[in-house]
Design a binder for this molecule. Structure first.
Ligand code: NAP
Length: 294
């Protein structure tokens, strides 16, 4: 029997827990967590993602501030905004929505974010702390996957976890988290990417397959074994004749053929996506409580 890993449901549960927590904080006269987001330019997908994050903040009772900057913003101007947020005691954590316009060096901006306020977990200090298994802000998408595995009590110890994709925001941190001495974790991890030879030989041996390459329906039934746990991170807009908008969202896994072989699987949409937002909120609460950096 295949069980759906329902990210939408778990994300709602987490948000309800946060809502109750905010009620408690209000009653006690404590500080309401405050998340800020910087959005540079008018990229459609980025606008949608930021709007969803701001809306989620409002829903659970957090404060949120959206700083919109024009496409023409210089690196210096953006650095100045980042420094302002670093020193603003009102703001607990913030994100700089990626990608940034080509003329801005993303690494330079990420390194300028105060690690204590880096709720996206992208600053090298926080990445290093993650690698060392020290308290840190885990990047939102991998953290969301970890919480999903945890809440469904998926047995990960001693399993062979194959991760496809080595990006800094998903694949690479995911491989670190699944290998660490923790639950979920304690897997034997294989990290695959575009230069991996004979990818299918690895995917067929996976007990847990985490797919983050951005190629719609890339993983097919012949590439997986019976009973595999499938985490599909991919989100790609593909044309559709059956939807009003003319497109639909596709994951990296060919769901209809793979799901019958899987023990657990995340749908797209409604799997990893909603968990990403919930994780950002959890990180913001941690920032406001100074749980990571005391
Ligand atoms: P990315 O930066 O483009 O990285 C893609 C990775 O896949 C790279 O490491 C690349 O290898 C590897 N790859 C590409 N083609 C491959 C192939 N044929 N075989 C094996 N590996 C291959 O992508 P990303 O930012 O990690 O995102 C991946 C997907 O997840 C996208 O669809 C994105 O929209 C989605 N996403 C979803 C969420 C969410 O909240 N659900 C969050 C973030 C991203 P090389 O390193 O060798 O190039």
């Amino acid at each position: 029997m295949t069980e759906i890993l329902d990210g939408k449901l778990i994300s709602q549960q987490i948000q309800e827990e946060l809502f109750l927590e905010i009620d408690r904080i209000k009653e006690q006269g404590g500080k309401i967590p405050h998340l800020a987001a910087i959005l540079v330019g008018n990229d459609g997908a980025s606008e949608t993602y930021v709007a969803a994050k701001v809306k989620a903040c409002e829903k659970v009772g957090f404060k949120s501030t959206l700083l919109r900057l024009p496409e023409t913003t210089t690196e210096q101007e953006l650095l100045a905004k980042v420094n302002k947020l670093n020193t603003n005691p009102e703001i607990d954590g913030y994100i700089v929505q990626l990608p940034l316009p080509k003329h801005i060096n993303e690494n330079k901006i990420i390194e300028a974010i105060a690690p204590q306020k880096d709720v996206d977990g992208f600053h090298p200090q926080n990445v290093g702390r993650m690698a060392l298994n020290l308290p840190t802000y885990l990047p939102a998408t991998p953290y969301g996957i970890i919480q999903l595995l945890e809440r469904y009590a998926i047995d990960t110890t001693g399993k062979h976890c194959v991760v496809i994709g080595r990006s800094h925001i998903v694949g690479s941190p995911m491989s670190i988290l699944m290998a660490r001495n923790a639950f979920p974790g304690n897997c034997t991890v294989t990290l695959c990417h575009s230069r991996t030879a004979n990818l299918k030989e690895f995917t067929q041996k996976a007990d847990i397959l985490i797919v983050a390459l951005g190629k719609p329906e890339f993983i097919t039934a012949d590439m997986v074994k019976e009973g595999v746990v499938i985490i599909d991170v991919g989100i790609t807009r593909i044309p559709s004749a059956t939807t009003k908008s003319g497109f639909k969202l596709a994951g990296d896994v060919h769901y209809d053929s793979v799901a019958p072989k899987a023990s657990f699987i995340t749908p797209v949409p409604g799997g990893v996506g909603p968990m990403t937002i919930a994780s950002l909120l959890v990180n913001t609460l941690k920032a406001s409580r100074k749980e990571i950096y005391k």
